[in-house]
Design a protein around this ligand. Structure first.
Ligand code: FAD
Ligand code: 2MC
Length: 379
């Protein structure tokens, strides 16, 4: 067992760190304040392969493992949490089309997603179906060679600025087995978008509701067979949860780095704050928890790469643990900055605002506990 990164991983990590420092970090505060979705930068990240990290090479992706991808996403999140998190969703969507769509569908969409010509959104949540995703009501009615979609989605990341939607919709009876997944062009007649939601964080990417009003989709746009859509959605989210967790770790690392510097510069009572043992102990706990979170994420990614039977439960454990610990680390870093941590002149308040939603989306941390407990009690 070797816990050191190999040469390739160090190279990926360095190129992601360089990109984050050059292209993301200098603009993150402005994108947050002005709610700018940085499309040019996102497309530029495609030149580095970041729009298709674990997308198969056959469609232009890098074909990396989840572990390697997690190392890259962690670095990107240290530059801009919200933008990196959108990149992870785009990667998840492109991987789903490549993995579950037929060759023709994959060839039509995925190469353009890898370059950034086409950006993707993942559409599972509905106003009445959040944690209980299998209760979704959007319907896809088969009529000859097309499906007709009616219904609505809520909280869709990127919506209104993306070109392709992977939509989970009901083709059969109630419950998970009645759900299928579809590739829907974002500008298909009958697709309309709600207002850009005003959010606490994740402001560099738009979030909108979507309505489907008699949207006609060719039968070939279905992923796999009828009834497989829920399992596809969950498989996408296994990796998605690692990604959301690794973005939390990257952000927590950025917060810890800032705090480490600050306490050595800031003087009170005639000494740098770093000389206080209470400050040292706080930093020590932050670092210990950061390392634990990172290792848990990498273990879960490794499990997914190796198709371990308990991989989904590990993805849920990693998501729960890493997002809770990372939020607390960023909040502690803010505390060490005192009043300055609360000002927008420093990145700490943004880190805290951005990280809060990682405990909610891609399955709330309560749902993560549900998945872990089910696995524990079933074994
Ligand atoms: P609810 O399910 O109503 O939950 C409310 C509370 O009850 C939570 O605390 C929850 O944990 C708790 N709860 C519910 N059931 C249980 C239970 N059985 N046991 C214990 N506690 C329970 N969705 C997409 O499909 N695509 C996206 O791109 C997307 N992006 C998002 C971006 C943002 C900024 C946000 C905020 C959300 C996004 N979501 C997206 C939706 C997100 O996944 C849901 O908000 C999340 O799954 C929770 O659903 P809900 O909001 O309906 O909460
Ligand atoms: N991989 C493959 N198949 C899976 C799976 C996984 N990870 N998880 C479940 N399935 C299958 C499962 O095996 C079962 O099929 P079968 O009966 O053939 O065995 C089927 O799916 C139904 O599974 P469950 O019986 O576990 O379904 P249930 O309705 O009890 O709920 C739960 C499952 C709560 C885990 C799921 O609804 C869930 O994850 N809810 C949270 C929703 C969520 O994460 N939303 C995120 C939206 S995206 C987002 O937020 C973004 C920012 C992009």
């Amino acid at each position: 067992m070797n816990f050191e990164l190999n040469e390739d991983q160090i190279a990926f990590q360095q190129s992601a760190r360089d990109f984050a420092e050059r292209e993301l970090a200098p603009h993150a505060a402005e994108w947050d304040a002005e709610s700018i979705f940085p499309l040019d930068t996102i497309r530029k990240s495609g030149d580095m392969g970041f729009l298709g990290l674990y997308t198969p090479e056959a469609y232009g992706g890098l074909g990396l493992s989840r572990l390697d991808s997690a190392i890259v996403f962690e670095e990107l999140a240290a530059g801009c949490t919200s933008t990196a998190a959108y990149l992870t969703i785009h990667n998840m969507v492109s991987w789903m089309i490549a993995s579950f769509g037929g060759k023709q569908l994959a060839e039509q969409w995925v190469p353009k997603m890898v370059t950034g010509e086409v950006l993707g959104s993942y559409c599972l949540t509905e106003p009445g179906a959040g944690s209980d995703a299998a209760s979704l009501k959007t319907r896809a009615e088969k009529k000859g060679e097309v499906y007709v979609l009616n219904g609505g989605k809520m909280f869709i990341s990127g919506a209104g600025s993306t070109q392709v939607l992977v939509v989970m919709a009901r083709t059969g009876g109630p419950g998970p087995k009645g759900i299928s997944a579809f590739v829907v062009p974002a500008d298909a007649p009958g697709v309309s978008y709600g207002k850009k939601e005003k959010k606490m964080g994740w402001n560099s990417q738009p979030t909108r509701a979507i309505t489907f009003d008699n949207v006609e989709i060719p039968v070939e746009n279905r992923l796999g067979e009828e009834g497989q859509g829920f399992a596809f959605a969950m498989k996408g989210l296994d990796g998605g949860r690692i990604n959301i967790a690794t973005c939390a770790v990257g952000t927590a690392q950025a917060a810890l780095n800032a705090a480490q510097r600050y306490v050595q510069e800031r003087q009170q009572f005639g000494h740098p704050l770093a000389e206080l043992q209470t400050v040292q102990f706080r930093l020590a706990d932050m670092l210990t928890e950061l390392v634990a979170a990172r290792q848990m994420v990498r273990l879960a990614a490794w499990k997914l790469d190796n198709a371990s039977a308990d991989a989904s439960a590990y993805c849920a454990m990693a998501k729960r643990l890493a997002t809770d610990l990372s939020f607390n680390i960023a909040n502690n870093a803010l505390q060490l900055f005192g009043g300055y941590g609360y000002l927008q002149d420093f990145p700490l308040e943004r880190h805290v605002r951005d990280l809060r939603v990682h405990q909610i989306l891609e399955g709330t941390n309560e749902v993560m506990r549900m998945i872990v407990a089910r696995k524990l009690l079933q074994d």
